[in-house]
Design a protein around this ligand. Structure first.
Ligand code: C5P
Length: 320
C-alpha cells in the first residue's frame, strides 16, 4: 500500500512538472504568435500607428476632407464660400474652378503620397517657427524623422543645432515663399484665387501682381513635387479642430493636422508664443510687438496641441 502511494505521488509530480513545462513553452510561443498576429493586423510598423488613434478617428469621422487638391477634387460651394471670406476673395466659384483646371495642366494631377502600410513606420517632424527652439539642440532629433516639414521662409543656416538641416516638405503661401532644392516638396496653402495664379505664373512667365506683402516673381522648386492644400481641408481644420475660433487656422496648425493625415507618428517642434503672447521667431526679433497671433486663435491652437500630446497622439517638444 505504502509503495503504491509513493509511485502515485511520483507519477503525479512528473505529470505536474510536464504540465508546467508545457504551459511555459506554450506561453512563450503564444506570446510570440500573438505579437505576430497583432503586427500583421497593425496598419503600420510603428509601436503605435496614428491610423489607430481614437481621438483622431473621432475628428476624422466628423467630416475629414482630402488634404490635397487633385484634378478630381470637387469643392462644394459651401466650402468655397467659407474660403473666399478668409482673405476677401472677390472672384466667383467659376473663376476658381477654371484656375484649378489650369493648375493641373502644370502640376501633378494627384499629390504624391505614400499610403500607410503594415511594414513601414513613417515618422514626421513638424517644425513651427517659435522662438522656443533657440538653444534646444533639437536638430539631430528633427533630422532623424523620415519627413521634416518646415514653414514659410524659416532659415536653417546658422540654426542647424536647434532646427536640423533636413527638409522634405516646405509649407508656404506666396507672401512667405522661398526657393527650394530639387528634392523638397513645395506645399502651397492657398488663401485666395490669386495664390493659385501666383503658383502657375511663378513657375512659368513670372507673376507681377500685388498683395499685402512683396511677392516673389519667380520661384525655383521642383514642379513635380508641388502639392496644393484643398480649401475644404482648411475649413475642416477650422470647424472640427478649432470649433470655428479665430478668423482661420494658422499655417502651422494646419500643417500639424496635415501631418496627422500623412504620417504614422508625429513629432512637434517650435510651437508656442513668447511670454508676451506674441508668435516670436527663432530667427528674428519681431518688428511689430502687438501682432500677438494675428487673425489666428493662437491660444486655442496651443491648447489643442497640448491635448493631442496628453492623449499620446503626437509627441510635443516644448522648447526653452
Ligand atoms: O510665424 P510663422 O507663420 O512663419 O510660423 C509658422 C507657424 O509656426 C505659425 O503658423 C504657428 O502655427 C507656429 N508658431 C508658433 N509659435 C511661434 C511662432 C510660430 O506656434 N512663436
Amino acid at each position: 500500500m505504502y509503495s503504491f502511494i509513493r509511485t502515485f505521488k511520483l507519477k503525479l509530480l512528473i505529470y505536474l512538472l510536464a504540465l508546467t513545462a508545457l504551459a511555459v513553452f506554450l506561453k512563450s510561443d503564444f506570446t510570440d504568435w500573438l505579437q505576430l498576429q497583432l503586427q500583421s493586423q497593425s496598419l503600420c510598423a510603428c509601436e503605435k500607428c496614428l491610423s489607430e488613434d481614437n481621438l483622431l478617428a473621432l475628428h476624422r469621422l466628423r467630416g475629414l476632407e482630402e488634404p490635397f487638391l487633385s484634378v478630381n477634387t470637387t469643392l462644394s460651394e459651401d466650402a468655397f464660400n467659407w474660403w473666399k471670406l478668409i482673405q476677401g476673395e472677390q472672384r466667383d466659384f467659376f473663376y476658381y474652378r477654371a484656375t484649378v483646371q489650369k493648375l493641373f495642366e502644370l502640376f501633378p494631377p494627384v499629390a504624391d503620397l505614400k499610403k500607410p502600410s503594415s511594414d513601414s513606420c513613417r515618422t514626421c517632424a513638424v517644425v513651427g517657427n517659435s522662438v522656443n527652439l533657440k538653444g534646444t539642440h533639437y536638430g539631430p532629433l528633427i533630422d532623424f524623422q523620415d519627413v521634416v516639414m518646415r514653414m514659410n521662409a524659416a532659415p536653417i543656416k546658422g540654426y542647424e543645432s536647434d532646427v536640423g538641416t533636413k527638409t522634405t516638405h516646405r509649407v508656404m503661401y506666396p507672401e512667405s515663399a522661398v526657393d527650394l532644392d530639387h528634392s523638397t516638396h513645395l506645399v502651397l496653402f492657398p488663401f485666395k484665387i490669386q495664390d493659385l495664379e501666383w503658383l502657375i505664373k511663378a513657375f512659368t512667365t513670372g507673376f507681377f501682381g500685388r498683395s499685402y506683402a512683396p511677392l516673389k516673381t519667380k520661384i525655383k522648386a521642383n514642379r513635380d513635387l508641388v502639392m496644393v492644400i484643398n480649401p475644404a481641408f482648411m475649413k475642416y481644420v477650422h470647424q472640427i479642430w478649432l470649433e470655428n475660433k479665430g478668423d482661420y487656422p494658422s499655417t502651422g496648425f494646419m500643417a500639424l493636422i496635415l501631418a496627422l493625415q500623412i504620417c504614422d507618428e508625429v513629432h512637434v517642434f517650435g510651437y508656442g508664443a513668447d511670454d508676451d503672447g506674441n508668435w516670436s521667431h527663432y530667427f528674428e526679433i519681431l518688428p511689430i510687438k502687438q501682432f500677438k497671433t494675428g487673425p489666428h486663435p493662437g491660444q486655442h491652437e496651443y491648447a489643442v496641441i497640448q491635448q493631442l500630446a496628453k492623449n499620446g497622439t503626437v509627441t510635443f517638444y516644448k522648447g526653452r
